[in-house]
Design a protein around this ligand. Structure first.
Ligand SMILES: [Zn+2]
Length: 783
């Protein structure tokens, strides 16, 4: 039969894509752009799984059905790269070979962002999406289908059928078959350009959300920049072009809805993003470990309809790496497969040792469980033939942006069926290199507060920015006190210690740990002021908190400034997730581990407890994103004193020749940031509640164990609120730049849960009577 030439296939595919774009309400480029004949096949890929899209693509496939060239002719003179999926490339064209046994078999698809545009948007995380996918043959069409694995039921039962009938898969891409079957292998070829040079990660939508400009994906100017193939991973590095024909004109009047385009493009109508697609072998399903809400693990959520014995079908599995002892009977054994973090070759040499040390801190927790060298660190060689963005190399990468902060993020991707973490890619912004120099060369505007951007997302992490803010304040103060010189080896030492803490924090996320914002309360101020204590114990219960820097007041002894290792909570959380336990004992053993949640050193409160943007969930005064010590109210007071000290010293500071007024401005703002944070910490003492760690929040209350207890403030509450408001109001003498606090009011709060207050005071009734009905007042403190 006659074989169509490439142009015929292209036309059919373009026609299909034009039809799908017209049928789809969210096709990435505009329909007009897709219909342009000059565009290559795959100019727009279906981005939803509506029947119209499938029908249009199938019609295109049918048009070329039976007209494919022989296999050998298609790949004539092409370079073959054998691997998970065999690849054939010739100039800019790539074909992917699918064997008969590779159809309808699940594998793992992961998309990473590898190149940005100098802003944190449109993709803040380097890890974008991951799916369990299958290649499915529909006549002469090959579909890339994302299988829905959220619901499940025991295989072979009517409920398993009901699950299939009640849920939908998603179509990620579809292409016509590009060759006749191979004479012996019976495999076929598909056009990888048409399959993957498409907006699978949804960059168009992300750009529109960030800049309110309808950038469309442009397949003709997108390309593969590298191909990698091994027995279990086929990888594609992609340069993805997005463009818009014209930018919206600026409104004649200021409009809040008008957004500026990306700031660092030579032509704001065009930009390239970089993606890395991993098509990887899916491991045999690991036995999942059920999560416990008394410990903060990231979780894979599924709905198990196998049985109706539970009130809710949801099940939550701990996200964790597969870690098994090489010698299960040995007390201490290397793991069969270690968790290896690759330091990307783009990390400056001077920071690599610090980063490595931050990663390896976690081995201490695994050694307690009998694992030797569970975590390992390697550096990607300059001539490496792999990308750290692939799904086989957990990694840490460096990124430069225009932001003066030091954002760090530790995402991971897991098998949705079991919670097994399959890959993790941490990214750290370059801001660290400039913190000490900021003392003498202030050139950045103050960092925009991130709070407004924080969605209700427990995976969101801004510890890098917070730690850098803390570090900048601490260095400003220590320099102002004359304790260290700016740009000195001592200043550099503080930077590296803080960077190591941030790395350990982000690696903790990639081991499966959520934030723990209560951990900073386990030690008293007296302990924190004792250097021998902090050297031995650190400054908090967990590196997964945003621990404030431990700054002494004037003439106070100084303990360690930052966390130098993991804390007692971290050991506990790792134990729950990774302790090797025989299946028969698992339920009982896990209950025993989680049952320690009442121990003071294991205090836990997550992002929801800390609240998002002032919502009602963030009412617990002990759970704050940025505090330190057993008494957060006292912490807030101390920070006010330190800010005042910094400002007072600022009055007498003389600028050296060449120094900018910006330095004074930044010092003032550093104190103001502390003032704002102290106000937020203190405000929770008015009408807040303390969540009780031992209680499961969604389970029945046992005995007198309440899930939370009111935090009572002395009447009249209006007075307390006024005092807090007063503290946040700064009156400035503009002529001398001398900030003056409003008079401090008085806030009186009982820090103990309500039931504890009642149980612990046998004379309560009489005292209330003696006070003529007024509640008993604890010692009054000024905030
Ligand atoms: Zn974090």
């Amino acid at each position: 039969m006659p074989a169509p030439d490439a142009a015929t296939v292209a036309e059919a595919a373009v026609a299909a894509n034009a039809a799908t774009a017209a049928a789809s309400t969210n096709a990435a480029p505009s329909a007009g752009a897709v219909a342009t004949p000059a565009l290559a096949p795959g100019a727009a890929r279906p981005s939803s799984n509506t029947p119209a899209i499938a029908a249009a693509a199938a019609a295109a496939a049918a048009a070329v059905a039976g007209q494919q060239k022989p296999f050998a002719e298609v790949v004539k003179d092409a370079k073959e790269q054998p691997g998970f999926f065999n690849l054939y490339s010739k100039e800019e064209k790539v074909w992917l070979e699918i064997k008969p046994e590779q159809f309808d078999r699940p594998f793992f698809l992961q998309a990473n962002r590898t190149h940005g545009i100098g802003d944190r948007e449109p993709f803040r995380s380097p890890m974008l999406r991951s799916y369990i996918v299958e290649f499915h043959r529909l006549g002469s069409l090959v579909q890339l289908i994302a299988r829905n694995s959220q619901f499940f039921a025991t295989a072979g039962t009517p409920l398993a059928r009901a699950v299939r009938e009640s849920t939908s898969d998603s179509l990620l891409s579809a292409v016509p078959v590009a060759s006749q079957p191979h004479p012996e292998k019976k495999s076929i070829l598909i056009d990888a350009n048409a399959l993957l040079l498409a907006d699978i990660p949804g960059g168009s939508s992300a750009l529109e959300a960030a800049y309110h400009i309808a950038y469309g994906f442009d397949a003709r100017n997108s390309s593969f920049t590298a191909l990698h193939n091994t027995a279990d991973l086929t990888g594609f590095a992609v340069s993805a072009h997005y463009s818009v024909p014209k930018l919206p004109a600026a409104p004649s009047m200021t409009s809040p809805s008008h957004s500026a385009p990306p700031a660092h493009l030579e032509d704001e109508r065009s930009l390239f993003l970089g993606y890395y697609y991993s098509l990887a072998k899916l491991p045999e399903a690991m036995t999942p470990r059920v999560a416990d809400d008394r410990i903060g693990h990231f979780m894979a959520r599924r709905w198990d309809f196998s049985s109706d014995s539970n009130a809710f079908p949801e099940v939550y599995y701990v996200k964790r790496w597969r870690l098994e002892k090489k010698d299960p009977d040995a007390e201490m054994s290397e793991p069969k497969v270690p968790i290896v973090y690759w330091l990307d070759r783009n990390i400056p040499e001077k920071y690599r040792e610090t980063i490595k040390a931050g990663v390896l801190e976690w081995n201490k927790a695994f050694e307690k469980l009998g694992f030797k060298n569970a975590i390992q660190v390697e550096v990607q060689p300059e001539d490496a033939q792999f990308s750290t963005a692939d799904a086989r190399h957990a990694s840490i990468r460096w990124v430069v942006r225009d932001e003066p902060g030091a954002f760090a993020i530790g995402p991971s991707r897991a098998d949705p069926r079991t919670g097994e973490i399959l890959d993790a890619d941490i990214e750290i912004e370059d801001g660290w290199t400039r913190v000490p120099r900021r003392q003498v060369s202030e050139q950045f505007p103050p960092r925009v507060a991130q709070a407004a951007r924080v969605a209700r997302d427990t995976t969101f992490c801004e510890y890098g920015d917070v730690a850098m803010d803390e570090l900048a304040f601490a260095l400003d103060l220590l320099v102002a006190r004359g304790e260290i010189a700016p740009d000195s080896p001592e200043a550099e030492k503080y930077v590296l210690a803080t960077l190591k803490d941030v790395v350990t924090h982000e690696v903790g996320h990639t081991l499966g740990l959520q934030h723990n914002f209560r951990a900073s309360t386990i030690y008293t101020q007296k302990q924190l002021s004792d250097a021998s204590f902090t050297t031995a114990n650190g400054i908090g219960g967990s590196v997964m908190d945003y621990n404030a820097i431990n700054l002494a007041l004037q003439d106070e002894p100084q303990g360690d400034y930052v966390m130098h290792s993991i804390g007692p909570y971290d050991y506990w959380a790792i134990e729950y997730a990774y302790k090797p336990i025989a299946p028969a004992q698992e339920k009982e053993e896990l209950a025993k581990i989680a049952g320690r949640s009442g121990e003071p050193q294991l205090a836990f409160g997550n992002d929801i407890d800390a609240g998002f943007g002032g919502s009602a969930e963030g009412m617990d005064p002990q759970v704050n994103r940025r505090d330190l010590g057993s008494d957060p109210l006292d912490y807030a007071t101390r920070r006010l004193k330190l800010s005042r000290e910094l400002w007072t010293r600022l009055q007498d500071r003389r600028l050296k020749p060449g120094e900018s007024y910006e330095l004074l401005r930044r010092n003032f703002l550093a104190g103001l940031t502390q003032l704002s944070n102290a106000g937020m910490v203190g405000a929770k003492y008015v009408g807040g509640v303390v969540y009780v760690a031992q209680a499961h929040r969604r389970r029945p209350i046992v005995g007198r164990q309440f899930p939370f207890a009111p935090r009572v403030c002395a009447p009249p509450d209006r007075g307390s609120i006024r005092s807090l408001q007063g503290r946040r109001r700064v009156e400035r003498d503009h002529s001398r730049h001398r900030p003056v606090h409003a008079h401090a009011g008085r806030a009186a709060c009982d820090a103990r849960p309500a039931d504890e207050r009642q149980r612990g005071d046998p004379h309560r009734g009489r005292r209330v009577q003696a006070n003529q009905g007024q509640p008993r007042l604890p010692p009054v403190r000024a905030l």
